[in-house]
Design a protein around this ligand. Structure first.
Ligand SMILES: [Zn+2]
Length: 66
């Protein structure tokens, strides 16, 4: 998966009016929850909504070994 530069937009609780699935934890981001939108510069169409903590922790995610 190519992960180049991405723009990060902070969504305020009053702006969140839909339910999204966070790719970091596969849990719902419910309406009224402040979160982040990550927009890859090279592929703006594949924007993703993340919980703020999930995005912040993604780089520290360790291989869990499966
Ligand atoms: Zn999450």
């Amino acid at each position: 998966m190519g992960t180049g530069a991405a723009q990060i937009h902070r969504i305020q609780p009053y702006q969140a009016d839909k339910t999204y699935i966070c790719p970091g934890c596969n849990q719902e981001i419910r309406p009224g929850t402040g979160h982040l939108v990550i927009v890859p510069v090279s592929d703006p169409a594949s924007r993703r909504h993340w919980h703020s903590p999930c995005w912040e922790h993604r780089a520290r995610r360790r291989p869990t070994g499966r």
